[in-house]
Design a protein around this ligand. Structure first.
Ligand SMILES: *[C@@H]1O[C@H](CO)[C@@H](O)[C@H](O)[C@H]1NC(C)=O
Ligand SMILES: *[C@@H]1O[C@H](CO)[C@@H](O)[C@H](O)[C@H]1NC(C)=O
Ligand SMILES: [Zn+2]
Length: 612
């Protein structure tokens, strides 16, 4: 992930300087020199004719790519909005330290830069209309409608009325639109761009609106490309992997509406899974727009679990899907005017909700890898006939992440240790599932008199959960193997929540554990997310205890399992005028306003149609 240098834009200042310098040495004039002088004169005249601020922005903002000062009649405009859900400034520094440790880079004066580091332009205020702490729904609505709304709002204003989104307005202007996410496509962040609902919980409605069917409030299709998880909301309630209350087959509906639909998981409908490659040629046909890939029933697996799955999962990192999306949108023959693409690193947020630092870092690195790829794409797609802007930001911070944690009443040490997390193999929800499965089997074996062996459970926690195949605590590099105190901290919760219960009380746990048995299979990843609350059993407590061992090792603090109200970094690369407009501290709605201005969109016209 080394960072490349941006091509330096030609600056007006340098051109003037060059001219003055050459004129002092004017002596013998050959015809060729004369011609050169004339050409220089013409160049200066052109530069003086365009005294517009864009030229000086180009020269003083390293984030920009060269902006052509003359504009041909037809210019394609592309917006790539990247959202790192739940990624605050402390998490960015943590990612940098983690990535440096991965590279074995221990220099205190290391020049290492993350792909986002070189394109930082400002910060935004993340609050919603209803709280100083926003949720993802209000956060995304601020970007999509350029309006503040209440927590839970999906593309609606505080009065409950739908507001026109940049996607809808761009589509009406003839641009293509797309979303790529690692969460469910119906989750709050993507939903606020592609649908309108009073509550983020209405995921079935959001799915129906997404495909552009009769339930879409504009009665038209807003999206041309959708890649992500959350297939369960598209399947009728007659199939096992459905999470709809009704029997609408939204996958079938999408196909009828002309979508090229690919599913990456078993649906038990006429749609069979594509296997490893959702972009393969199907029935002799290359993927075409409108294109929809449903990668999994729920959220896709965490990157840390995908990387370390015992058998490779048929899923790729975010950058693979982002790259394909850029290719499909930009190379489509339907692309006449450009496109708007939203790419979300969705699960950076979920790992932070779980206070799971290694999971958080791995998701963030997958996001930075994608930023690196998109930055290169932006440079390739900036020319006389194509203007492109990449904006990257988060909706809010999650977890209240701090890099430094006081573990004893003594004066704190000034240190924290991200390198102790490098060997972690799985997310803490997966480790929780594995642990519950083991304990439940032990309890079942002991049923009929004998007690489950506490020693065996402790050993399992030490070796499989905290040790090599779990958090990876093994050697001095990680601060030594798991300590008795650490094992006991996890065991105490397991004992209280599982071992101390009667066998019958554990039936619910058994049902949950059955779901998550198949570690390493595709079904597994979804099943883990289906591991919902078990009445009377605090499974969440086990996950917290495991996360806390990792966080304490690294001396990282978390102030909450929810969001916080701090300002969020804004990054931009590409069109210099737009980059400049994003500088400084601004309201989060400014992101939506600036996209609207860059593309020349009329959101109010869409709002009027939505409320007819
Ligand atoms: C698939 O359908 C069959 C019968 O129609 C049913 O028995 C089975 O449970 C279903 N499986 C899934 C994964 O939906
Ligand atoms: C499935 O949805 C239909 C309505 O669309 C409803 O009548 C039926 O009860 C639902 N079945 C289940 C099992 O939820
Ligand atoms: Zn969020």
């Amino acid at each position: 992930m080394s960072e490349e240098k941006l091509p330096q834009p030609v600056s007006a200042g340098n051109a003037h300087h060059g001219h003055a310098h050459s004129s002092t040495r004017r002596r013998r004039f050959t015809k060729r020199q004369m011609l050169l002088e004339v050409l220089k004169g013409v160049l200066i005249a052109i530069l003086l004719l365009f005294p517009s601020s864009t030229i000086s922005y180009a020269s003083d903002l390293s984030n920009g790519v060269w902006h052509w000062p003359w504009t041909p009649k037809h210019v394609k405009t592309n917006v790539i909005l990247m959202i790192s859900d739940g990624y605050g400034p402390a998490s960015v520094a943590f990612t940098r330290h983690f990535a440096q440790a991965l590279n074995g880079d221990n220099d205190y004066d290391s020049p290492f830069q993350l792909p986002l580091d070189t394109i930082l332009v400002g910060t935004h205020r993340s609050r919603s209309s209803s709280s100083l702490i926003t949720d993802s729904a209000a956060g995304a609505t601020a970007f999509s409608c350029a309006k503040k709304s209440y927590n839970g709002a999906i593309g609606v204003t505080p009065d409950g009325k739908p507001c026109g989104t940049v996607f809808e307005a761009a589509k009406r202007k003839g641009l293509l639109t797309g979303v790529v996410v690692t969460s469910r496509l119906t989750d709050a962040t993507p939903a606020a761009f592609i649908s309108h609902a009073a509550s983020r919980a209405e995921e079935a409605l959001i799915a129906s609106q997404l495909v552009g069917g009769p339930k879409n409030p504009l009665g038209e299709r807003t999206l041309d490309l959708a890649i992500g998880g959350g297939g369960c909301a598209f399947l009728p309630n007659t199939t096992a992997s459905s999470c709809r209350q009704d029997d609408e087959d939204t996958v079938q509906l999408a196909a009828q509406l002309g979508w090229d639909v690919r599913v990456g998981f078993p649906t038990n409908t006429s749609f069979s899974p594509e296997g490893a490659d959702v972009f393969s040629t199907k029935h002799g046909r290359e993927p075409t727009l409108p294109f929809m890939a449903l990668l999994s029933a729920g959220n896709t697996p965490y990157e840390i679990d995908r990387l370390n799955a015992p058998q490779p999962l048929p899923l790729k990192p975010l950058k693979h899907y982002a790259s394909k999306a850029l290719e499909l949108l930009s190379e489509s023959e339907q692309n006449t005017d450009g496109f708007v693409l939203m790419i979300e690193g969705s699960q950076i947020d979920l790992c932070a909700h779980n206070n799971d630092p290694a999971c958080h870092a791995r998701e963030a690195i997958a996001y930075h890898d994608t930023i690196h790829l998109v930055k290169q794409w932006v440079r390739k797609h900036t020319s006389r006939t194509e203007r492109t802007i990449l904006i990257s930001t988060s909706d809010h911070e999650t977890g209240g992440v701090t890099l430094g944690r006081q573990l004893t009443p003594d004066y704190p040490n000034y240190a924290y240790y991200p390198q102790r997390l490098l060997n972690a193999k799985h997310s803490t929800p997966i480790l929780t599932a594995v642990l519950i499965d083991f304990v439940r089997t032990e309890v079942a074996k002991a049923h009929g008199g004998a007690h489950a062996s506490e020693k065996r459970v402790r050993d399992f926690i030490r070796h499989s959960i905290l040790g090599a195949s779990g958090l990876g605590l093994e050697s001095d590099t990680q601060g030594g193997p798991p300590t008795d105190d650490e094992v006991e901290a996890v065991f105490a919760v397991v004992k209280e929540e599982i071992l101390s219960r009667r066998h019958e009380e554990l039936d619910e746990v058994a049902a949950a554990a059955d779901l998550i048995r198949l570690v390493g299979s595709t079904a597994h990843a979804d099943a883990l997310h289906a591991l919902g609350p078990v009445p009377g059993v605090n499974l969440d407590g086990i996950r917290r205890a495991i996360s806390d061992v990792a966080a304490r090792r690294a001396e990282i603090g978390f102030s909450t399992s929810g969001h916080t109200g701090i300002d969020i970094n804004v990054y931009a690369h590409g069109d210099p005028t737009t980059v400049h407009k994003l500088a400084g501290n601004q309201d989060n709605t400014n992101i939506g306003t600036i996209i609207q201005e860059f593309l020349g969109l009329d959101l109010d016209a869409v709002t009027r149609d939505l409320n007819k």
